[in-house]
Design a protein around this ligand. Structure first.
Ligand code: SF4
Length: 410
C-alpha cells in the first residue's frame, strides 16, 4: 500500500517498529492475534491492526502539504478533517479555518469565500450540493479533495445499484459527514433512504409490507429520504450500502433482514431474488474490517480491562469500544491526559455521550493485563503516550526500548 508523508510527531517509534515487524512476518494479513508487550507489572496486548488508515494518512498528507505550499493564502476545511481532536487542533493552529461543524452547521458563511481561497474537502467527502456551491463561487476543489477512495467506492456501488433501477438503503449515521455525502451521491441516481440501526430498519420494513400507513413514513424518516421519495413504490426493488465504518455484524444483520422481508413479500426464490433485492456485499472499508477483526481476536485474551484511544465523535472507534465492552470493562479515552492519576480515569460513554470519571480503574494485583487499540483516525503517538502514562504508575517496569527490543528479537 502507498506510503504517505505524515508529520513525524504523529508517529510512535515503538508502534512503528511493531507494525513493521508484524507486517514483515505476516505479509498476507492472515494473523489477527494481538501483540504482547511485557512491561513486567503491566502487560499490554495491542490489537494487530489499529491507527491511521489509508484515507486518513492521505488526507493528512494533502492538508499539511497544502499549508506548506500556500503561505499567505486563506485555507479552509469544509469541516473536521478527520474525527481526531489532536489532528484538527494542529490544523487550526496552523491557520486553517473550519467552514462547518461536524453536523453540517455553518461556522463561516460560504458568502465570505473568494475564488482565491483554498477549501479542503475532508476524508469523508462532501455532498454534491456543497461541491456545486463552491464551484459557483469559483473555488475548484479537485486539487484539495482528500475524499477517501474507499468512500468513493461506496458512491460507485450506489451508482451501479441505481443503474439497475434499485432504490438505495444506506446503513449509516444520518448526521455523520460521510453518510450525508453518500446520501447526496446516492440520491442523485436513485430514490434513497438512510437507516441508522436495526430498530429503524424494522420500522422501514413495516412500510414495505404495508403494516404501517405510507403517510407516516415521511414524518418518521424526516431528513433521511431523498426528494420525491414515494414509499408506496420506491422500495419495490432495493439494494443496501453502508457507511464505511459501521459494525460489520450490524450491517450484515440489516441486509439479511431486508432480504428476508423482500423474499417473503414477493415469494422470491434464489433465481428471482435479484428482481427485488440487489444481493451485494457490504461497503465497509478494509481498515474497519481489519480493526474489528483484530479486536475480536484480541478479546480471546483474558485481561483486566481494555483501553480504546480515539476521538469521541469517531464512528469507527466507537464500534471498537462496542465490541470490547461486551467482554470486559472498557475505557474510551481521547488522549493520555484523560488518565488523571493511578486512581482516576476520565473516559467517554458514547451511548450517553458523556465523559465519566471512574476511580480505582487499576486492579490491586500485578501483572495488570490490558487490551489496547485505537481508531483509524488516531495517531500512534497518542497510543504510546497512553502506554507510557499507565506504565509510569508502576515501579520496576521494563523500559520501553527494552520491551521493543525484546519484541523485535522474537
Ligand atoms: S476509515 Fe476507511 S473509509 Fe474512512 S478514511 Fe479510513 S480507509 Fe477511508
Amino acid at each position: 500500500m502507498k506510503q504517505f508523508d505524515v508529520p513525524v510527531f504523529y508517529r510512535s517509534p515503538l508502534i512503528s517498529a511493531i507494525k513493521r515487524k508484524r507486517k514483515e512476518k505476516d505479509k498476507l494479513k492472515k494473523d489477527f492475534s494481538p501483540t504482547f508487550l511485557d512491561f513486567g507489572p503491566v502487560q499490554i496486548y495491542l490489537a494487530r491492526h489499529f491507527g491511521f488508515c489509508y484515507g486518513v494518512e492521505n488526507a493528512i498528507e494533502i492538508a499539511f502539504r497544502t499549508i506548506d505550499q500556500n503561505p499567505g493564502k486563506r485555507i479552509y476545511l469544509l469541516s473536521e478533517m478527520i474525527h481526531n481532536p489532536q489532528v484538527n487542533k494542529d490544523l487550526l493552529s496552523r491557520g486553517v479555518h473550519f467552514l462547518q461543524d461536524t453536523h453540517g452547521r455553518q461556522i463561516i458563511p460560504f458568502a465570505d469565500l473568494t475564488p482565491d481561497d483554498i477549501v479542503l474537502i475532508p476524508a469523508f467527502g462532501t455532498t454534491l450540493e456543497i461541491e456545486k456551491k463552491l464551484n459557483t463561487i469559483g473555488i475548484h476543489t479537485e486539487k484539495y479533495n482528500t475524499t477517501c477512495p474507499f468512500v468513493e467506492k461506496v458512491w460507485n456501488r450506489s451508482e451501479v445499484i441505481a443503474r439497475k433501477e434499485y432504490a438505495i438503503v444506506i446503513h449509516g449515521k444520518p448526521t455523520h459527514e460521510e453518510t450525508r455525502a453518500t446520501f447526496s451521491h446516492a440520491a442523485f441516481n436513485a430514490p434513497s433512504v438512510v437507516v441508522k440501526n436495526m430498530a429503524q430498519t424494522i420500522e422501514l420494513a413495516k412500510y414495505i409490507t404495508g403494516e404501517k400507513p405510507a403517510e407516516d413514513f415521511y414524518e418518521e424518516f424526516k431528513g433521511q429520504y431523498s426528494a420525491n421519495f414515494d414509499i408506496a413504490k420506491d422500495l419495490d426493488r432495493l439494494g443496501v450500502v453502508n457507511q464505511t465504518t459501521m459494525l460489520a455484524s450490524d450491517t450484515q444483520a440489516i441486509a439479511d433482514y431486508l432480504k428476508q422481508v423482500m423474499i417473503e413479500k414477493y415469494g422470491l426464490t434464489k433465481e428471482t431474488l435479484a428482481d427485488h433485492f440487489a444481493d451485494t456485499r457490504d461497503t465497509l472499508c478494509y481498515a474497519t474490517n481489519d480493526n474489528q477483526t483484530s479486536v475480536s481476536q484480541m478479546l480471546h485474551t483474558a485481561a483486566d480491562f481494555a483501553i480504546v484511544v480515539g476521538g469521541y465523535n469517531s464512528s469507527n472507534t466507537s464500534h471498537l469500544v462496542e465490541l470490547c465492552e461486551e467482554k470486559l470493562p472498557t475505557y474510551f479515552v481521547s488522549s493520555a491526559e484523560k488518565i488523571l492519576s493511578r486512581d482516576k480515569i476520565l473516559h467517554y460513554n458514547f451511548h450517553s455521550r458523556q465523559e465519566l470519571l471512574t476511580r480505582d480503574f487499576l486492579p490491586d494485583h500485578t501483572p495488570v493485563r490490558i487490551l489496547m487499540t485505537s481508531g483509524a483516525s488516531c495517531p500512534d503517538a497518542l497510543v504510546e503516550q497512553v502506554i507510557e502514562k499507565i506504565t509510569g504508575f508502576f515501579n520496576d517496569t521494563i523500559p520501553t526500548d527494552q520491551v521493543a527490543a525484546n519484541f523485535l528479537l522474537v
